[in-house]
Design a protein around this ligand. Structure first.
Ligand code: COA
Ligand code: AMP
Length: 631
């Protein structure tokens, strides 16, 4: 089969194409409406189909010969634990935990927030929620109580599931006090909290509200799968937008299951029984799609790795795990390989491991810089496949579809649009640009299955944030170009979203926090290049008139504020005092210009600039502080 034939069919006859792909699933009721529109006029997939995603991920395999296959391999160098869980065991654990949630009143459509580290129980909790037809919202463990509180207020969960702690290399991070703090801050209160006690830290339980995971499971009756409609939500995953309030990306059951199952074969080229390792975290979209749902829907074995690419214990960790479990696919963020490269530039630790089972290394989450791409190929001898993704889509928008036809790769490109994604490069007027010209990357509607149909509780935000800039298209927020062969090159965000160590963060949100300091009149937070993490946020701060404060002290206070509000994962470490910020005459800070200066790009001075003299001044300050990239 050729990629071009498959792609053309998906674009020219999407209903036929996806109707066929939907046949691969054991629906309770097969969909007859393949593509329709909802009450908001948004395209929806498989609206009248009935299914249960947890059934398809577990029970279906147990009933069809994979009961004794491994569903999960848990490998935790930070606790020295390893565990193997079969499909039958996982199905039983999930049914029991669904019983726990059901006993707490969780029903179809209810929300459950999950705030957990990388332990198998996080997957059990997610699948148990799905089993009940309820909606999970996993919050990444690196987020601080404030972020968690914002998500609790937005999702309004009936129950929250957590663990007593997570482990960051050797540091024990107590989750429960952070959750208690978040619940205190939030207006919405859950009925109950289920706590997985880990030996590294014992959480105090609040009588009447908190339940011990093991005790609750011991007392629970297993619960059955509840059928849901194709368009019923499976989960909400919050992601950073341009403002302080994260967006609740909604994922529906039907389109997601179809896309996940299809992608496992067509993009990653795996089949039931293969071992698939996404070295991410269940708190991110990659974790949802390719630690949990993709591999399990495809009958693969997924690896749940509670560790880092380095320091747990060394830069050979990835190679060790690949060898030990015969991983066929490794999927991680480029930053992970940059971290390995930094500690072991010659990849000498690789000599200790046999990677013969590994077919390919996939990367996503941020731009794959050519040096990291070449280094990984050279050292591992494996194909390295860059693919471009967003939380909003849940799977790759551009990639090399190795299960259909492997195209010759090009460094710096995420290859070509994935089937179903009609990717176009547009100018500001919405005209399609010719090859080689850089513009906004947009996707012509309808989006394929799995992409978000709305923002949780805020359809207007979905409409204005994604659909109005270019009518008839979804605006991705990324810029880039296509070359003569149709290969897509992603050049980075065109908005205030940055990617730090593969973590998506909002500079707008950081600005709101920094501006809250009593000495700060105004500020701009921008992402600057970082050799390890890709980007790092820095603050340019204008002080209020008459304020006299030591710069080092101010920086320390601002760093603590951002860390306290967003979490350590924000990596906000520097704030520089400036005398002026470049602005338009209407008073808007020219952030794009600041980003261009930081990236060492040529820029045009906008005619709307209020004070052109502010530009050389800010350029000099940024340059003197090492904030300008010379690459
Ligand atoms: N819970 C609590 N804290 C967390 C956390 C979690 N789940 N994840 C990260 N943090 C903390 C870290 O401990 C660190 O804290 P510190 O400032 O006190 O040291 C801080 O957040 C920043 O973390 P990070 O940016 O990840 O830096 P690092 O030095 O710990 O690790 C890498 C660097 C490159 C090894 C690591 O970022 C990595 O593996 N990234 C891959 C990310 C990824 O998989 N993304 C998913 C997209 S595919
Ligand atoms: P997230 O929603 O966290 O997956 O982050 C999505 C954003 O990460 C995208 O909008 C891009 O800016 C960036 N991104 C993800 N994958 C890639 C890639 N392969 N190349 C370049 N940028 C990427």
């Amino acid at each position: 089969m050729s990629y071009q034939a498959e792609y053309s069919r998906s674009i020219e006859t999407p209903e036929l194409f996806w109707g066929e792909k939907a046949e691969a699933l054991a629906w309770f009721k097969k969909p007859e409406q393949i593509l329709s529109t909802d009450e908001n006029g948004i395209y929806r997939w498989f609206a009248d189909g009935e299914l249960n995603t947890a059934y398809l991920a577990l029970d279906y395999h147990v009933e069809n010969g994979l009961a004794d296959n491994l569903a999960i391999i848990y490998d935790s160098p930070v606790t020295n634990q390893k565990r193997k869980i079969t499909y039958r065991e996982l199905r039983d654990d999930v049914a029991k935990f669904a019983g726990v949630l059901k006993a707490q009143g969780v029903e179809k459509g209810d929300r459950v927030v999950i705030y957990m580290p990388m332990v198998p129980e996080a997957l059990v909790a997610m699948l148990a929620v799905a089993r009940l037809g309820a909606i999970h919202s996993v919050v990444f463990g690196g987020f601080a109580p404030h972020e968690l509180a914002v998500r609790i207020d937005d999702a309004e969960p009936k129950v929250i599931v957590t663990a007593s702690c997570g482990i960051e290399i050797a540091k024990v991070i107590e989750y429960k006090p952070m959750l208690d703090n978040a619940i205190e801050k939030s207006a919405h209160k859950p009925n109950s909290v289920v706590v997985l006690q880990r030996p590294q830290a014992k959480a105090e339980l609040i009588p009447g509200r908190d339940l011990d995971w093991n005790e609750a499971v011991a007392a629970a009756e297993p619960a059955d799968c509840v059928p849901v409609k194709g368009t019923d939500p499976l989960y909400i995953l919050y992601t950073s937008g341009t403002t302080g309030k994260p967006k609740g990306v909604v994922r529906d059951n039907g389109g997601h299951a179809v896309a996940m199952k299809y992608s496992m074969q067509s993009i990653y080229n795996v089949k039931p029984g293969d071992v698939f390792w996404a070295a991410s975290d269940v708190g991110w979209v990659v974790g949802h799609s390719y630690i949990v749902y993709g591999p399990l829907l495809a009958g693969c074995t997924t690896i749940v790795y509670e560790g880092k690419p380095v320091r747990t214990p060394d830069a050979g960790a990835f190679w060790r795990v690949c060898e030990e479990y015969k991983a066929k696919v490794l999927f991680a963020a480029p930053t992970a390989f940059r971290a390995i490269k930094k500690e072991d530039p010659e990849a000498s630790l690789l000599a200790n491991y046999d990677l013969s089972s590994l077919d390919a290394i996939f990367m996503a989450g941020e731009r794959l810089d050519p040096p990291t791409y070449h280094w990984t190929i050279e050292k591992t001898g494996k194909p390295v496949i860059d693919h471009w993704w967003q939380t909003e889509t849940g799977w790759a928008i551009c990639g090399n579809m190795t299960g259909i036809e492997t195209l010759p790769p090009k460094a710096g490109s995420a290859t070509v649009p994935v089937t179903g994604f009609n990717v176009q490069i547009l100018d500001t007027e919405g005209n399609q640009l010719p090859p080689g010209e850089q513009g906004a990357i947009a996707i012509k509607l309808p989006l394929p299955p799995s992409c978000l149909p709305t923002v949780w509780g805020d359809f207007e935000r979905f409409r204005t944030g994604y659909l109005t800039e270019f009518p008839g298209y979804y605006s991705s927020g990324d810029g880039g170009y296509k070359d003569e062969d149709g290969y897509v090159f992603i050049m980075g965000r065109t908005d205030d979203v940055i990617n730090v160590a593969g973590h998506r963060l909002s500079t707008g949100e950081m600005e709101e926090i920094v501006a809250g300091h009593s000495a700060v009149a105004e500020c701009a937070v921008i992402g600057i290049n970082d050799p390890l993490k890709g980007q790092e946020p820095i603050g340019l701060v204008l002080l209020k008139d008459g304020v006299d404060i030591d710069e080092a002290q101010l920086q320390a206070e601002l760093v603590a504020m951002v860390r306290g509000e967003i979490g350590a994962v924000a990596c906000f470490k520097r704030a520089i005092v400036v005398q002026r910020l470049p602005k338009t005459r209407s008073g808007k800070i020219l952030r794009k210009l600041l980003r261009q200066i930081a990236d060492g790009q040529a820029y045009t001075v906008p005619s709307t600039i209020d004070d052109p003299a502010s530009l050389p001044e800010i350029e000099e300050i940024m340059s003197n502080n090492g904030l300008v990239c010379n690459a």
